[in-house]
Design a protein around this ligand. Structure first.
Ligand code: PMP
Length: 327
C-alpha cells in the first residue's frame, strides 16, 4: 500500500523513514512494522517476537484493514453520494476516520459504550460521528441494540443520508489486507523461520489473512487463535460463546484456539510494560499469556494490535492506589 510521492525532490523513502504523505506510512512488505523479541516475559525455550502494530500511522493493526476497506469501496464506486458507516471496537473506527478524512469522506462509527473513552475521543477528534450502543464492549450482532446491527440498519435504511457499511466482519478486503501485507512482512522478517503464529480473534481478519499466507509458504506453521471468556474486558477480542462468528473467519487455517481469562491477560500486559518497556494494549497481554502454553522450542510471532495509551482509563482503574501511597 506504500505510495510514492513524485512532485518533490525529497520523495518517500521508507529506508530513510522519510514520507511525502502520512498515507505513505501505511505498512507493507517494503515498509513493515517492527518485529521485537521479548527477552523476559517469554516462556523458557521459546523465541517470541511481537509485531508492533501500534507503530502504524493511526495506531493499530486496523490501519491495514481500514486502508483496504476504504480503497475497495472507492474503487467499486460505492461511496459516491454516500457516507461511510462502520461498527467497531475502536481501532477500525479510528483508522477509517483518519483515512476517510484524508479522502474527504464522512464517517459514522457505531461503538459499544464500554469501549475506553480515549478511543471514542480519538474518533471524534478525527471528525467521525460516534454513536454508542449498549452492547458494553464487544460489537455484537445483536438483533436490536448491538453496534453491528445498528450499522447494518443504517446502511439498509432509506434516510436522507445514504450510508454504506464497510463491514469488516464480512468483507474479504479485511482478509486481503493481511494476506497481502502482514503475512508477507512476517515471512520476510523471519526469513521464513517461524514455527508458530499467534493472533487474537476479533473479526478474524488477521488470523485468516496471515494464517492463509503463512500456510501457503509452509503448511507446518502452527496458527493459534486467542479467544477471551464470555463477559471479558479485552476490547477488540470476541468470545464466540456469546458473539456470532464473523463470515470472514476461516477456521481451516486455525490449528488451535487458546482461551484466556482477563486477570492473567492484564497481569501480563503490566509485565510487558514493566519488564520489556512495551506500552501495549490488553489484547497483547492476552496473546503473550497464551504463548506461555506452547511447548518449548521454536520461533513464534504474535501480533501486538494496539498501544496501551488508548487504555489509560482502564489501567488507572486496575492499578487503584498502587504507587500512590497515602501518608
Ligand atoms: N486486538 C485488538 C485490540 C483489536 O482491536 C482487534 C480487532 N478487532 C483484534 C485484537 C483482533 O483482530 P481481528 O479483527 O483481525 O481478528
Amino acid at each position: 500500500m506504500t505510495q510514492t510521492t513524485t512532485h518533490t525532490e525529497l520523495p518517500t523513502d521508507p529506508h530513510l523513514r522519510r514520507y511525502g504523505h502520512v498515507r505513505d506510512l501505511l505498512p507493507g512488505p517494503d515498509n513493515p512494522t517492527p518485529l521485537v523479541r521479548l527477552n523476559r516475559v517469554t516462556p523458557p525455550g521459546l523465541d517470541l517476537f511481537l509485531k508492533l502494530e501500534w507503530l502504524n500511522p493511526f495506531g493499530s493493526v486496523k490501519d491495514r484493514t481500514a486502508a483496504f476497506l476504504l480503497a475497495g469501496l472507492i474503487e467499486r464506486g460505492e461511496l459516491a453520494e454516500s457516507q461511510l458507516v462502520e461498527a467497531s471496537s475502536g481501532n477500525t473506527g479510528i483508522a477509517l476516520a483518519a483515512l476517510a478524512a484524508l479522502a474527504g469522506v464522512e464517517v459514522t462509527v457505531t461503538i459499544p459504550d464500554g469501549i475506553p473513552e480515549e478511543k471514542k475521543t480519538l474518533m471524534r477528534m478525527l471528525g467521525a460521528e460516534v454513536w454508542e450502543t449498549p452492547d458494553d464492549l464487544c460489537p455484537v450482532d445483536h438483533p436490536k441494540d448491538g453496534a453491528i446491527a445498528l450499522a447494518r440498519s443504517l446502511a439498509g435504511s432509506e434516510t436522507s443520508t445514504r450510508y454504506v457499511m464497510a463491514d469488516q466482519y464480512e468483507n474479504q478486503d479485511n482478509v486481503r489486507a493481511h494476506y497481502e501485507t502482514t503475512g508477507p512482512e512476517i515471512w520476510r522478517q523471519t526469513g521464513g523461520q517461524l514455527d508458530h503464529f499467534l493472533a487474537g480473534l476479533g473479526t478474524g481478519g488477521t488470523i485468516t489473512g496471515v494464517g492463509r499466507y503463512l500456510k501457503e509458504q509452509n503448511p507446518a506453521i502452527q496458527v493459534i487463535g486467542i479467544e477471551p471468556q464470555p463477559g471479558h474486558r479485552l476490547p477488540g477480542l470476541k468470545s464466540f460463546q456469546e458473539a456470532k462468528q464473523p463470515g470472514i473467519l476461516d477456521w481451516r487455517v486455525v490449528d488451535q484456539v487458546i482461551r484466556v481469562d482477563d486477570d492473567p491477560a492484564y497481569d501480563v500486559t503490566q509485565r510487558l510494560f514493566r519488564e520489556e518497556g512495551l506500552i501495549v494494549g490488553p489484547s497483547t497481554g492476552a496473546v503473550v499469556h497464551a504463548s506461555h502454553q506452547l511447548g518449548p522450542g521454536g520461533i513464534a510471532v504474535a501480533i501486538s494490535p494496539d498501544s496501551g495509551l488508548n487504555y489509560m482509563s482502564y489501567f488507572a482503574e486496575r492499578l487503584g492506589d498502587e504507587g500512590h501511597p497515602t501518608v
